[in-house]
Design a protein around this ligand. Structure first.
Ligand code: NOJ
Length: 554
């Protein structure tokens, strides 16, 4: 395997709207991020992924871009962006922007021109179709609910949007569109970006000719995955994209890739893959139901373990996964993967270590390093996210009462992760001096960066130790490149694995509140990390406390 500059890095995702507000308008901004770069550097972060901050009507919080060459004034200016890139570089950090090119905004100039002249150049930037006998062109269900077709204003056509109706899909079959995309990517890379996180990329290839499939719910529609499974040939687009842009800059790219088949992994993230890395969503998809969030089942500790090991086995040493516990599309990981009632400092640290020591690049989502938890929503009105609002309606339609529907969607709402970052115990968690755009989680008085930074026993301090361990010259080679070998795979509520490189490390987590005894295969040399003060060992026999996690050198 060829070694790359980004292999040993630790990444951090910022959701700009909720990170830090420097001007009191209630919305986080780029100068706010610059203010907090020292905080991130101190934690040990190397790569920062910014969720979109381009000009946007924010119908889907910036994943609906109306100008790829501008920063939305709510987030700052292009000068702020350039300063952020420069200030990050000064600290040996790299900025990734979010590349959202499966769709743009219906307020983008291209779309406006397509409405004016659907048969002209820009009509071909989108998927435009006419209804036949009053029927929509296909019966696909949008990811945010309802059909994927909407009237193209002022015309007799329909346009395709696999996400929200304000996010029209771009037609990648059109070489002129692809040229525009590459021009924009290179323009950004010329500014000194480290690379991109690549949004929803699996959707750029549609199965042609477009057609309907067997409906999977009473609404007569079918989920997008059915069409995507039939769509062949995305590789042609993705290799062209790589060759025309990223490769020329040695940029780091991480793809939002779902449902890939095992045999496709080398194409995606092998030495000569389309992307540097791709996220592992295997855990986030556990328990999901085709019917909707209301029907999802909780993730048990054994599910979590098996899902992680499954992904690790699938990728092996072909390439590098990007490992996450949460992101801006998911609930908080500590509220999801730790059994109800057991969410505490020890269990949060255990989850952190089990995830962080997997082979691949660790991505920390803002606030994860503090152990931020799900939001106790009290009304659907408190929820801004379009996806949650749709799932709420799905739950009501399935017969749940409003209170039951709220409870069900609260568990999975994307707004759990989007509440403002908890900086301190001051008003609005120190996020803004104004009124925050989304309510702050009321637990900010006890969970915040200020109180954790100097507390050696905090979740924050534990993350900092995990990062330092990954960078320790003595262990780095093993942690970055070493193979992962599961241990005691079938043992209930225990997740354990070796990392084998020039050294052998053993990561063991007791994934339950009760104690659990294990017998090591031999003596350990050293305890590298422990979320308890001591280790109850009698030779090779260890009695692990509830949610104790240890990283041993064997
Ligand atoms: C995935 C993004 O992470 C999500 O936030 C967004 O809604 C969709 N893609 C559409 O861009």
């Amino acid at each position: 395997m060829t070694k790359k500059w980004w292999h040993d890095k630790v990444a951090y995702q910022i959701y700009p709207k909720s990170f830090y507000d420097s001007n009191g308008d209630g919305i986080g901004d780029l100068p706010g991020i610059i203010d907090k770069l020292d905080y991130l550097q101190d934690l040990g972060i190397d790569i920062i992924w910014l969720s979109p901050c381009y000009q946007s009507p924010l119908a889907d919080q910036g994943y609906d871009i109306s100008d790829y060459y501008r920063i939305d004034p709510r987030f700052g200016t292009m000068e702020d962006m350039e300063r952020l890139i420069a200030e990050a570089r000064r600290r040996d950090m790299y900025i990734l922007m979010d590349l959202v090119v499966n769709h743009c905004s219906d307020e983008h100039e291209w779309f406006r021109k397509a409405c004016e002249d659907p048969d002209g150049k820009y009509g071909n930037f989108f998927y435009l179709k006419k209804k036949t006998d009053g029927e929509l062109p296909t019966n696909w269900r949008s990811y945010f609910g309802g059909p994927v077709w909407e009237d193209l204003p002022g015309t007799d056509r329909q346009y395709l949007h696999v996400f929200h109706k304000k996010q029209p899909d771009l037609n990648w079959e059109n070489p002129e569109l692809r040229e525009e995309v590459y021009r924009n990517i290179n323009w950004w890379l010329d500014k000194g970006l480290g690379g991109f996180r690549i949004d929803a990329i699996i959707n750029i290839k549609k199965a042609l000719p477009l057609r309907s499939y067997e409906p999977d719910r009473d609404d007569g529609l079918c989920g997008m995955h059915v069409m995507l499974q039939e769509a062949k040939g995305i590789g042609t687009f993705l290799s062209e994209l790589r060759d025309r842009t990223f490769r020329q800059y040695d940029a780091f790219t991480v793809g939002e890739v779902f449902n890939e088949k095992a045999e496709e992994i080398p194409d995606f993230i092998g030495d000569d893959g389309y992307f540097s890395s791709m996220f592992d969503f295997n855990e986030t998809m556990c328990g999901a139901s085709d019917k909707g969030w209301y029907d999802a089942r909780p993730v048990e500790p054994d599910d979590y373990k098996h899902r992680c090991f499954e992904s690790q086995a699938k990728v092996g040493n072909i390439g590098f996964l990007s490992n996450i516990i949460e992101n801006h599309d998911e609930p908080r990981g500590v509220s999801r993967y730790i059994p109800e009632g057991d969410c505490c400092t020890e269990s949060k640290k255990m989850l952190a270590a089990l995830n962080f020591m997997l082979r691949g690049l660790p991505f920390i989502y803002q606030g994860q390093e503090l152990g931020m938890e799900n939001m106790p929503f009290t009304s659907i009105e408190e929820i801004d996210d379009i996806s949650t609002r749709d799932e709420y309606l799905v739950a009501l339609e399935a017969g749940l009462t409003p209170a039951e529907a709220l409870k069900a969607v609260s568990k999975y709402s994307r707004d759990n992760a989007r509440t403002p970052m908890q900086w301190s115990d001051e008003a609005n968690a120190g996020f803004t001096s104004g009124t925050p755009w989304l309510r702050v989680n009321p637990n900010y008085a006890s969970i915040n960066a200020k109180s954790q930074k100097d507390d050696p026993d905090s979740v924050y301090a534990f993350y900092k130790k995990l990062i330092a361990l990954r960078k320790d010259p003595a262990y780095k080679e093993t942690i970055v490149y070493g193979a992962l070998k599961p241990a005691w795979e079938e043992r209930h509520n225990l997740m354990a694995y070796y990392r084998k490189g020039d050294r052998t490390l053993f990561v063991i987590g007791n994934y339950q509140r009760e104690e659990q005894e294990i017998l090591l295969p031999g003596a350990y040399k050293k305890v590298l990390l422990n979320n308890y003060k001591e280790i109850a060992a009698d030779g090779s026999r260890i009695r692990l406390h509830g949610y104790q996690v240890v990283i041993l050198e064997m």
